[in-house]
Design a protein around this ligand. Structure first.
Ligand code: HEC
Ligand code: HEC
Length: 364
């Protein structure tokens, strides 16, 4: 009797196992089927979405090219700028003071403004900047105006944003050659300054709030020009020659790289697209390698952030290596090395006139 019962139990158990195996098999195939179906559905959605995005991107590009070719379309390659109004005035004031504060350098000899002189187009006018102990830098100093409009900082774009950028000059042995530890000791000894920080940040100076103030100040350095007024609809804001220059600038292809709100600053490009700039006739240093120094990729050698052309009239000498003294010459070099054309004299002159119309009203 007992054996019958045991065998019966075993049979039930086997059946149960079989059933469970069956269930497992069945549910496994369901899971596989559903996963496959979901994968196909999501895959299709992703595919069509990507395709839609790609189409939208191409549309955008086509529109941009069409607008660029038309020359003076509202949706043209250059975006008008206006002075920002939502910034914190107290922070700007503090940031401006820090920007001019020599305590930000090792021996209290130089400030940010030393190399980014606000009265000189935001540059020092030198081929190579001079840092503490008279050390010379390795690259031309770019303007501090409109830097917040750029999608990366430095010629090689090694800083993603302005916050990240500030540490660069402070630590650079050829520039301020110091550290936040040293700077903060000095700043925290200044009762008046500490009070200012306390009022704004409810804390004494530290790296984060000092950078925050400097960046707020930098964001205020936006320089609308006559050309922006023209973009916004004031036909009389620029002269006929400047307008011709703008049209040539767009039609000949300059605006393919120098575009957007900063008229530059939103892409990386090879220096020497149409003609090899580094053909062996020039001595190269590490700073000439551009974006290669950041990525280590061979295709990034001699690739630079396209510089802003706002206030370019004031920022000679030109190019990362300061190899050209006049704007007219810089325009000609761009025609030849980036576009593969020898601009005729009149065209180059008119482009130069257009570029001069980009000088901010308050910098004139
Ligand atoms: C000794 C001269 C010197 C000093 C001092 C200096 N800079 Fe610069 N700055 C430069 C040079 C040169 C570059 C370009 C470096 C590069 O791209 O590798 C630069 C680049 C920049 C850029 C990037 C601009 C762009 O178009 O990519 C910003 C922003 C900037 N500096 C802000 C500052 C601030 C803020 C300070 C003070 C904390 C400062 N600089 C101090 C010389 C200087
Ligand atoms: C393929 C992209 C591209 C095109 C097209 C192009 N540029 Fe440039 N431009 C650059 C790059 C990159 C630099 C920085 C090169 C360097 O210094 O290494 C630059 C630099 C300049 C500078 C010097 C700015 C400074 O502050 O040193 C001027 C001026 C200029 N371009 C004007 C023009 C004009 C005018 C045209 C049309 C004739 C033009 N560019 C076409 C990419 C381009």
């Amino acid at each position: 009797m007992l054996r019958v019962f045991v065998r019966y139990c075993a049979k039930i158990n086997r059946r149960g196992q079989a059933a469970r195996r069956g269930f497992v098999r069945q549910s496994t195939s369901w899971v596989i089927a559903w996963t496959a179906a979901a994968a196909i559905i999501f895959g299709a959605i992703a595919y069509f979405n990507r395709e839609a995005q790609e189409t939208a991107r191409l549309d955008l590009e086509r529109d941009a090219i069409a607008a660029a070719n038309k020359g003076q379309d509202e949706s043209g390659p250059i975006v008008a700028i206006i002075k920002p109004t939502r910034l914190n005035q107290e922070k700007i004031k503090l940031g401006r003071a820090l920007f001019h504060d020599q305590r930000l350098s090792k021996d209290n000899s130089i400030s940010c403004a030393f190399c980014h002189d606000l009265a000189r187009g935001g540059v020092d006018g030198l081929a190579r900047s001079i840092g503490v102990d008279g050390k010379t830098g390795d690259i031309n100093s770019p303007t501090i105006y409109n830097v917040s409009l750029m999608s990366a900082q430095f010629w090689d774009g090694r800083a993603r944003d302005l916050e990240e950028q500030v540490d660069g000059p402070i630590a650079n042995p050829l520039e301020m050659a110091t550290s936040w530890d040293e700077i903060l000791i000095k700043l925290n000894l200044d009762d008046e300054l500490v009070e200012q920080f306390e009022d704004i940040y409810a804390s004494p100076p530290n790296r984060a709030n000092a950078i925050n103030a400097i960046v707020e100040f930098e964001k205020s350095l936006i320089t609308p020009s006559r050309f922006d007024r023209w973009l916004l609809g004031d036909d009389s804001a620029i002269t006929a020659d400047e307008l011709k220059g703008y049209n040539i600038f767009v039609e000949s292809g300059c605006a393919a790289c120098h575009q957007g709100a900063a008229i530059g600053g939103n892409m990386f490009q090879l220096f020497g697209v149409a003609r090899n700039y580094y053909d062996g006739s020039r001595k190269t240093e590490k700073s000439d390698f551009g974006r290669y120094n950041v990525t280590g990729r061979e295709e990034d050698r001699y690739v630079f952030k396209v510089p802003t052309l706002r206030n370019v009239e004031l920022t000679a000498p030109y190019f990362h290596d300061a190899s050209v003294d006049t704007l007219y010459e810089a325009v000609n070099r761009m025609g030849s090395y980036q576009l593969g054309v020898d601009l005729d004299e009149e065209d180059a002159r008119q482009i130069t006139l257009f570029l001069r119309a980009l000088t901010g009203d308050e910098l004139r």
